[in-house]
Design a protein around this ligand. Sequence first.
Ligand code: ZN
Length: 258
Amino acid sequence: MPATPPIRVLVWSEFRHEKINPKVSAIYPDGIHEAIAAFLREDSGLMVETAFLDQARHGLESARLDATDVLIWWGHMAHGEVSDDVVAEVKRRVLEGMGLIVLHSAHYSKIFKALMGTTCSLQWRESTDKERVWNIAPHHPITRGIGHCFEIPQEEMYGEPFAIPTPDELIFISWYTGGEVFRSGATWQRGHGRVFYFKPGHETYPTYHQPEVQRVITNAVHWARATVCIPDRCENIAPLEPLPPDPEADGRSTHAYV
Ligand code: ZN
């Protein structure tokens, strides 16, 4: 039996907070994208690369996206600086079959809003909340190895209402010390691609160093991997069987899709 090819993963982040906030660079000296890539590289089934906002075309050239099975997206302070052209290409790739994992404040990224079709707004608070993440889909591949719940000692609070379309699958619900709850893990099918949103990951906390969070993201990469690449087509096609003659037809189509 031929060996399964590795999953080609591209981890993208803004890489801005780390350059201006010493608190963030102390936790993620090489950037959030490199911290995520580091634990993913421990999985021999993954081939992991990174990219960030200030690279040419944000490090997301067409050929690179075409060679990506799963894209991971972390953004926060510079959503507006992401080029609309790049967003359109990422969206095209998701619709063709590429997996997309959207982390933390990337709920407000252009690409997530484009794929959801809603505002994706929420309530938030940066304080001293603990986050308890409840696993409400213990059958799901994304929660493999995760028990009933796990706690993140300190995290930013994200609360409902979260303006997303009803998820295909709800994976996690979080509770915070302040009393709020939030749909913190959810999936959607978009075209031929799978999308997973996972809330934890505020930049001033060491959330991406926590084993449970790493486990969820690694599981999600395997779940979201592209299995097809089906470019969009909208063709005028000939019938498979001979059709009876149409006495009204003049031989010309009145429709043209471009
Ligand atoms: Zn945050």
